[in-house]
Structures are given as structure tokens and as C-alpha cells.
Write a protein that binds this ligand. Structure first.
Ligand SMILES: [Zn+2]
Length: 277
């Protein structure tokens, strides 16, 4: 717990150090990093009496002014925030977003039935994905994310965020997560505290699936679990076991897939996780 607590604290301190560069008309004392990157979680701070909008959403501001938002895999080179001071004056602040290179792999000769699911299966997948998407809309005032993120399992990193496969010429959805390969039955532990907002042992594509909500729209999704040991609504602490690694659903081998979201924006867990001890 203590080891993982430093990351976002350090990010907040870094934002505070940049305060000297704030423009004179910035009545809201917005501390925004000078730059970020695609897939990143951005941690910033503002006078809590002010309002900040990003991507059509009024951001939740903590009592001390801390707030977060996420940049998607394909985020544009500049992210714009609209800030309104208590007097109602609005201004725009921008954040440079560095592009990243994504690994793209072309695979041909794949049987077409594995590329395009049958209509009844496709309908089931769509329903299940809508349930998970609904869980990710939660916007709680809890600030569990502020204690940092620890690795949710021991094991080798076997897949990274953003990579993409092109099967028989058709680009598939990019890989939106971090894969940790480990034997089936290896404990899966919460990278940060939160509330379990989704738990199902048997979805079609993702098998045993758990979503942990960390507050302010940030959530972690874990899939392919061989065991689900938590229930929806349950409080879980950082480091607490919530299930076991497996290869349920569509998986080529036992691994823990960890996805991170800011609402429906998929972030790169590899950018926030603490290094292994
Ligand atoms: Zn994965």
C-alpha cells in the first residue's frame, strides 16, 4: 500500500511545481502538466471553486482541487480544457499529447468463422459488452486512484496496450490492456482500492470478468479469470485478491488482461503501474 502511494502524489507535486508558468488571467490556478501522451491518465489540479470541462464532460473536482481525465489511444496532438472561474469567465487551456508508435501485426489465412462471429453469438457479445460499458459510466467521489496502482499479478508482460492485428486484411480492435502471463490459478489482486462495479464468471469473449471502480470515472477491467471471488457492490482494498488468473473466454493461454478506463476512454495501465519490486 505505502509503496504504491507515491505515483500520483508525485504527479500532483510535479503539477504544482509548474504553477509559476500559469498566465496572469488564470484565476483558477490551473496546474496542468505541460505535456502528456496517448493512452495516459492526466492528473491535474485547479481552484476547487472552478469548473473544468473536457471532451464534453464536466470533470469531478476533489475538495483539494485534484482532478483527472484520460487520453485515448488515438487522442489528437492537442487536448483542450475549458475552465470557468467562480465569476463565470471561461478560458481554454491546452495540453500537448505526444503520439506513440503502435505495433501492428498482419495475420492472413485465418479461418473466416473465427474472424466474423455468427449472428446469435454477435448479439450475445454486444449485450455483454453493453453491461460492462454501463459499469464504466460510474462517477463516484471516492478517490481510491490517488494511492497509485500496483501490479495486479506476478508474471511476464505478454501483451501491451495499443497493439493491433489485421486478420485476413481486416483491422481488429486494438489491444486495450496490459497482459500478464502466469499459470492458471495465480492470484489476481486489486491494483488499487475500489468498489466492484461488475463481476461475471462467464462472458463469451472475456470469460471471468471483473471491473473495479477507483473513483472519478477511473476503472480497471480484468478478464479471462478462472475464478471470480467478489460480488458487485463490494469494497476491495489495494492488494486484496479478487479472483484467479485463467484463460476463460477467448484466450490463447492463461494470462491476466488488465484494462484501464476513464469512463469509455481506454487508457494504458502500463503508464500508471508501479514498477515491480
Ligand atoms: Zn489482453
Amino acid at each position: 500500500m505505502l509503496r504504491a502511494a507515491g505515483l500520483l502524489v508525485a504527479a500532483l507535486a510535479g503539477a504544482a511545481a509548474a504553477r509559476g508558468a500559469v498566465a496572469a488571467d488564470d484565476a483558477c490556478a490551473l496546474d496542468l502538466p505541460t505535456a502528456s501522451t496517448q493512452g495516459a491518465l492526466v492528473v491535474a489540479r485547479v481552484d476547487p471553486r472552478c469548473r473544468v470541462d473536457y471532451a464534453g464532460r464536466a470533470l469531478r473536482i476533489a475538495d483539494d482541487g485534484a482532478f483527472v481525465f484520460g487520453l485515448g489511444r488515438d487522442a489528437h496532438a492537442m487536448a483542450a480544457l475549458t475552465v470557468r472561474d467562480p465569476a463565470g469567465h471561461a478560458y481554454t487551456r491546452t495540453l500537448a499529447v505526444a503520439p506513440r508508435e503502435w505495433r501492428v501485426e498482419k495475420v492472413d489465412g485465418v479461418p473466416q468463422s473465427t474472424v466474423t462471429p455468427a449472428p446469435d453469438i454477435a448479439a450475445r457479445i454486444a449485450l455483454e459488452q453493453a453491461r460492462v460499458a454501463q459499469a464504466r459510466q460510474r462517477d463516484d467521489a471516492r478517490e481510491d486512484f490517488r494511492f497509485g496502482f500496483a501490479r495486479p499479478a506476478k508474471g511476464r508482460i505478454s501483451g501491451v496496450y495499443g497493439s493491433q492485428r489485421i486478420l485476413n486484411g481486416t483491422p481488429k480492435d486494438p489491444h486495450f490492456g496490459l497482459d500478464i502471463a502466469a499459470a492458471a490459478g495465480t492470484p489476481a489482486i486489486a491494483p488499487a482500492a475500489g468498489i466492484v462495479s461488475f463481476a461475471d464468471p462467464a462472458l463469451y469473449l472475456t470469460g471471468g470478468t471483473v471491473v473495479i471502480d477507483h473513483g472519478h470515472g477511473l476503472s480497471s477491467t480484468f478478464i479471462h479469470l478462472s475464478r471470480v471471488d467478489v460480488d458487485v457492490g463490494q469494497r476491495i482494498e489495494q492488494g486484496q485478491r479478487f479472483g484467479a488468473i485463467g484463460m476463460t473466454g477467448r484466450a490463447s493461454g492463461p494470462h491476466l488482461h488488465w484494462g484501464m478506463n476513464w469512463f469509455d476512454v481506454r487508457l494504458d495501465p502500463g503508464l500508471v503501474v508501479q514498477p515491480p519490486p
